[in-house]
Design a protein around this ligand. Structure first.
Ligand code: AMP
Length: 638
């Protein structure tokens, strides 16, 4: 039988390679674009969501059109982030593994430029690049684009959002006028239209799905809660979905870190991904998520761009994004490669209007969902456990030796009694925690939370002091004393003007007398530490909502479920799951001991401790990190 990719015009070598990747049939976008792009004579605009098979849609035709006997760059693919760049290059290497003399190079910031230059010198036909590093290499006159025939602008909307317009202009000006340009974008804002017009000549346009429509495989839900209950709501959603594997989006780096730290403390298998982490730290976090050693990835929009992890079950918008367009990118992290997914928004009653706006933009209705009651959660967890017990793989060789003793112990119990006891062991814990759990659903118009939130603005310094955030912490090997001298030396103030210092992992807070706050800001204007720009902010500037309620959550938790689990032997339903995967975190932290001990989770949260010294990703952050929110003004606000 003829392979469907062959029918589209793809050669045997490439077809065999995609078969090895498990691609049996082309995805709709591949079916539509491959024949058009194979002609090689048109400019092209493809409006398509991420996760739809876009890379093969342009990658396979490129492999057919390039002359691999010639060792010169013939195709240039520009994309917004390092992660996406690596993915595309990797995909292309896989697709071309049977093609003789095919060379693909990935060019991105935050990695050794010498190695990239060496690969270029050895001869490549396909260059996959992020704009910043590409310009750098062009500036060194280390690449010759005079033979480029095809330029692909992937995730064009994201590149513009990240402020790469000028860089793209400069890069394209070094390529021949008669090249063909293929542009892919998940959304089509006016800026993308403008560049399509500028760089293209009567492009063939294909829209996969309706314009700006989200992936059909994604369901959209929203929960209305009081602002102070947001964190509790997040936990409840997670508890109600024991098999959840999710990306949780926050607005700011600070929120991201904060939510992740609270979740870790509460025994969840979570971690943060944001631009203040070094490239090395981000890679580690992503690797753990990709390998499913982590259930909840708490991320900012920028850091999560280009993440291609299959089987993400949920995207949770802990805060709605500042720019409407970002919602499509966020939700596109789930429902990939034909799978279904759920995108959840946790909002307050004043944000319902934003949901209506989103519905108009993606052309889909959101379902208003009710947060499950504590009892619902208990029931769900109970049956998840029962299901797991039923399906667990038994290691007969190991367990058989204990069976006689175990049977002895249970001799006086019926089968039903034993089952009841096993189930109760875990069920009781959940029941204890959730028996007093309040209804978290807020009605539309119920703004008590908002009042509370304003009244309880977080991050206030002590009386007469300003509380500041700094992007350095214990992972940078700072003690409190070191931090005090660092603040005094750079802020040009005396030690007496410094109040409390709250040293955290990758960041810290400190207080300075109100009168000297401006001096400190001035002093820290261009301070670097280990090649990294030191940043201070007024604490709370990046905090937005959710501070007070999380504190509140903490109080509620102290006598409750989280405390119990950390406290030791028990574990809870989720404990079995999370602790087992938390184990990998502990291994990273260096201690394999103490499977059921509370300390385990703390070691786990100390992930970054063994990554100290990894702050080498300066330029990587430029591409993927520190532009976070940087080009906000040009983006469409609510
Ligand atoms: P992309 O949109 O290119 O990032 O692709 C999303 C995911 O779908 C990736 O994991 C691809 O490996 C996978 N994929 C792409 N095309 C196919 C196909 N024809 N059949 C099965 N999986 C595919």
């Amino acid at each position: 039988m003829t392979n469907p990719f062959q029918l589209l015009g793809i050669s045997d070598d490439v077809v065999n390679a995609v078969k090895d990747l498990g691609f049996e049939n082309p995805t709709p976008i591949q079916e539509q674009s491959i024949p058009v792009l194979l002609e090689g004579t048109n400019d092209f605009v493809g409006l398509a969501q991420t996760g739809t098979g876009k890379t093969a849609a342009f990658g396979l035709p490129l492999l057919e059109l390039i002359d691999f006997k010639v060792n010169k760059p013939q195709a240039l693919i520009l994309c917004p982030t390092r992660e996406l760049c690596l993915q595309i290059a990797n995909d292309l290497k896989n697709f071309s593994k049977n093609v003789a003399n095919a060379h693909v190079v990935a060019v991105y910031g935050g990695a050794n430029i010498m190695q990239q230059l060496r690969e270029i010198r050895q001869g490549v036909q396909i260059v996959v690049a992020t704009p910043g590093r590409m310009l750098d290499i062009i500036g060194r006159k280390a690449i010759d684009f005079s033979s480029v025939k095809y330029v692909v602008l992937d995730e064009a909307d994201e590149m513009l959002n990240m402020g790469f317009q000028d860089d793209i202009n400069d890069i394209l000006s070094t390529t021949p006028d008669d090249k063909k340009t293929w542009l892919f974008s998940a959304t089509m804002p006016a800026e993308v239209r403008r560049i399509a017009k500028k760089y293209m000549n009567e492009p063939v346009e294909l829209t996969m799905g309706t314009k700006n429509t989200g992936n059909v495989n994604i369901e959209h839900e929203y929960y209305i809660v009081r602002a102070r209950d947001k964190y509790a709501a997040l936990k409840r959603i997670v508890d109600f979905n024991p098999e959840i594997f999710a990306v949780v989006f926050c607005k700011t780096k600070l929120d991201t870190q904060d939510v992740a730290e609270h979740l870790i403390k509460d025994g969840y298998n979570a971690d943060a991904l944001h631009g203040d982490l070094s490239q090395q730290q981000r890679d580690k976090v992503m690797q753990r998520f990709r390998e499913r050693n982590m259930q909840l990835l708490i991320a900012t929009d920028v850091a999560a761009r280009g993440i291609d992890v299959n089987n993400v079950t949920h995207v949770i918008n802990y805060s709605l994004p500042d720019e409407i367009e970002s919602y499509t990118h966020r939700s596109g992290r789930t429902g990939r490669a034909g799978k279904t997914g759920i995108s959840i928004c946790i909002i307050n009653s004043k944000e319902v209007g934003k949901i209506r706006q989103l519905e108009r933009i993606i052309g889909k209705q959101f379902t208003k969902a009710e947060l499950p009651t504590g009892f619902d959660v208990c029931e769900k967890q109970l049956f998840s456990l029962v299901h797991k017990v039923h399906n667990v793989e038994v290691n007969n060789e190991q367990i058989d030796q204990y069976i006689p003793r175990i049977m002895d112990e249970f001799a006086d119990l019926t089968k039903e009694d034993v089952i009841k006891r096993f189930a109760s062991l875990e069920f009781n814990r959940f029941l204890d925690y959730y028996s007093k759990a309040p209804d978290l659903n807020a009605a539309v118009g119920d703004d008590r939370g908002e009042r509370g939130e304003r009244g309880e603005r977080r991050g206030r310094g002590s009386e007469g002091y300003t509380r500041l955030f700094i992007n350095l912490g214990s992972v940078d090997e700072f003690t409190r004393g070191d931090m005090l001298s660092f603040i005094c030396n750079n802020g040009k103030i005396g030690g007496k003007s410094v109040g409390k210092i709250d040293l955290k992992g990758v960041f810290s807070f400190f207080e300075v007398e109100d009168a000297v706050a401006d001096t400190v800001f001035e002093g820290f204007k261009s301070v670097e530490f280990n090649g990294r720009q030191v940043r201070i902010e007024k604490s709370g500037d990046g905090g937005r909502e959710g501070g007070g309620e999380r504190r509140g959550g903490g109080e509620r938790r102290s006598g409750g479920f989280g405390g119990e689990r950390r406290g030791g032997g028990g574990g809870g339903f989720r404990g079995s799951d999370r602790r087992s995967s938390g184990g990998s975190g502990r291994r990273e932290g260096g201690s394999r001991e103490g499977g059921a001990s509370g300390g385990g989770f703390r070691d786990f949260s100390g992930r970054s401790r063994d990554e100290k010294g990894g702050n080498t990703g300066g330029s990587g952050r430029r591409e993927g990190g520190s532009r976070e929110g940087g080009s906000g003004e040009r983006r469409k606000k609510w």
